[in-house]
Design a protein around this ligand. Structure first.
Ligand SMILES: [Zn+2]
Length: 244
C-alpha cells in the first residue's frame, strides 16, 4: 500500500520536473520545491527554497539530526486536506488543524490555511514530529511531543491564565491530542508546550535529549532535571506563570 503510494508520488514529481508543459500552460500552478530534506508538491508560489531551508536548519539544529527526505503535499482545498489527514473535527472549535505529519509514511500534509504568516512555525512543528520519529523513536512521551514540536519550531504561545483555570489532570495520561479520551486538543497543546517550557527552565534540553536517544526521556526528569512529581511541579509552574 505505502509502497505503491510512494511510487505514484515519485512518478508525479518526475513528470512535473521533466515536462512542466504537461500541466497545461500554467492552468495548474502546481510547483515542485525540492531541497535536500524535503520535496514539496504543489507548493504555493510565495514559498522559496531559501525559506524552507531556514526552517529546516533551525529544527535540525535544535534536535541535532539530519532529516531523511520527507514528502510534503500541499493541499489548497479543505476537503481534500481533511481526507488526507483523516482526523476528527475538533469539537471545541479552538484548535484548527493547519498541517499534519504522517510519521510512518514520512510525509507531511499542509492544509489551505497555511500561508506566509504562519508557515515557519507550522512547518517547523511538523518537521520536529518527523525527527522525533526518525531519531528518538519512542523516547519522547506522548504528553511532551506536541510541546517539543512547538518549542523546536519556536511556535509556542501558552495562555497560562487559561491553563490555571482548568481542572487538574494527570498530564502523563493525556494521550494523543485527538484521541477523544483526553482533555481535548486545546488543553493538550497548551499544557504540553507549558510542560516543555517548564522542563527547559530546569535543565539543559540539548543534554536531556541526548540522554534520551534510545532511552525514555521520562526516566531522566527526576535524576537530570530534578522533577520528581511532574503533576505537582506543573501545577506550581502554571500558577506562577499565570500570576506573573
Ligand atoms: Zn503536532
Amino acid at each position: 500500500m505505502v509502497k505503491s503510494k510512494d511510487m505514484t508520488t515519485i512518478l508525479l514529481s518526475f513528470l512535473l520536473l521533466l515536462s512542466p508543459s504537461l500541466s497545461g500552460g500554467g492552468a495548474a500552478s502546481a510547483a515542485e520545491l525540492l531541497t535536500n530534506e524535503v520535496a514539496i508538491h504543489d507548493a504555493p508560489k510565495w514559498l522559496t527554497a531559501a525559506r524552507v531551508n531556514k526552517v529546516v536548519q533551525k529544527v535540525q539544529r535544535m534536535l541535532e539530526w539530519d532529516i531523511r527526505k520527507v514528502e510534503v503535499r500541499w493541499h489548497s482545498n479543505e476537503s481534500e486536506f481533511a481526507a488526507a489527514h483523516g482526523l476528527p473535527v475538533v469539537r471545541d472549535g479552538t484548535a484548527q488543524i493547519l498541517a499534519v505529519s504522517k510519521k510512518s509514511e514520512n510525509t507531511i500534509h499542509v492544509g489551505p490555511r497555511v500561508d506566509t504568516t504562519n508557515f515557519d512555525g507550522t512547518f517547523g512543528h511538523e518537521l520536529a514530529h518527523v525527527i522525533v520519529y526518525q531519531k528518538y523513536k519512542t523516547a519522547i512521551p506522548v504528553w511532551l511531543e506536541e510541546g517539543l514540536a512547538n518549542y523546536s519550531a519556536k511556535n509556542s504561545t501558552v495562555d497560562y491564565k487559561y491553563l490555571s483555570t482548568q481542572p487538574d489532570v494527570d498530564v502523563k495520561a493525556m494521550g494523543h491530542p485527538f484521541g477523544g479520551k483526553g482533555p481535548g486538543p486545546r488543553f493538550h497543546y497548551m499544557a504540553s508546550t507549558a510542560l516543555m517550557e517548564m522542563i527547559a527552565s530546569k535543565c539543559d534540553i540539548h543534554e536531556l535529549l541526548q540522554l534520551s536517544v534510545g532511552e525514555k526521556l521520562e526516566s531522566y526528569l527526576d535524576t537530570f532535571c530534578g522533577i520528581s512529581d511532574l503533576n505537582a511541579e506543573f501545577r506550581r509552574f502554571v500558577k506562577r506563570k499565570a500570576g506573573s
